[in-house]
Design a protein around this ligand. Sequence first.
Ligand SMILES: [Zn+2]
Ligand SMILES: [Zn+2]
Length: 208
Amino acid sequence: MDVDYCRNPKCGIYIKPGRIKYCSGDCRNEALRVRLGTPEERHKNLVRILERERCPKTDPLWSLNYYEALLAFNGFRCQYCLGDLSVWSPTGHAMDRVVCFKNGRPVPHTAANCLGGGVCKDCNEVRGAVLSVTDMFALAPKLRELRHRKDVGRTFFDGKEVTTITIETKNPPVVVVGFQKEPDLRIFGPSAKKIIEETYVYTEHRKY
Ligand SMILES: [Zn+2]
Ligand SMILES: [Zn+2]
């Protein structure tokens, strides 16, 4: 009899044999995160692009140390939404070019043409071929608010859609979380404390 298990080593639950390798999207992302989310693996992706674009060998982007420092500068969070890259962009080089096209031609990846930190997949898609870096930073407060709500939904409420997060008091920690089509929930204790700390990261702590 065919037996198959989720390929996420931390999960390993039984799944139907076939093409699907993971029991859920979360397990897939977690496994990829572990395997492909290290700075070394991310840098390999970037190096392939640098080779293809014939980036000058003197450019700092060739250096793994330089690249890792770029990601670490912002605590491995997205420059725009501040989402944790290991969660919201588990693979890929995460570099965003300042200028992508000029006179209809792609502008290559160089240290001078890349933002000084990583960018997540969602923000990369939001920017697309339409928005500039300046536009993205103008949107950043909203992107951060949305990302924070997604993080709280994901971490504490099984991915439910969180619509509002209100800090009632900091000490003792009390937070009111609103949901789509469900009554508000009042959170106390360590969870509330964690939500308040994260809210601080997303709103007060990092201003560019
Ligand atoms: Zn699994
Ligand atoms: Zn982002």
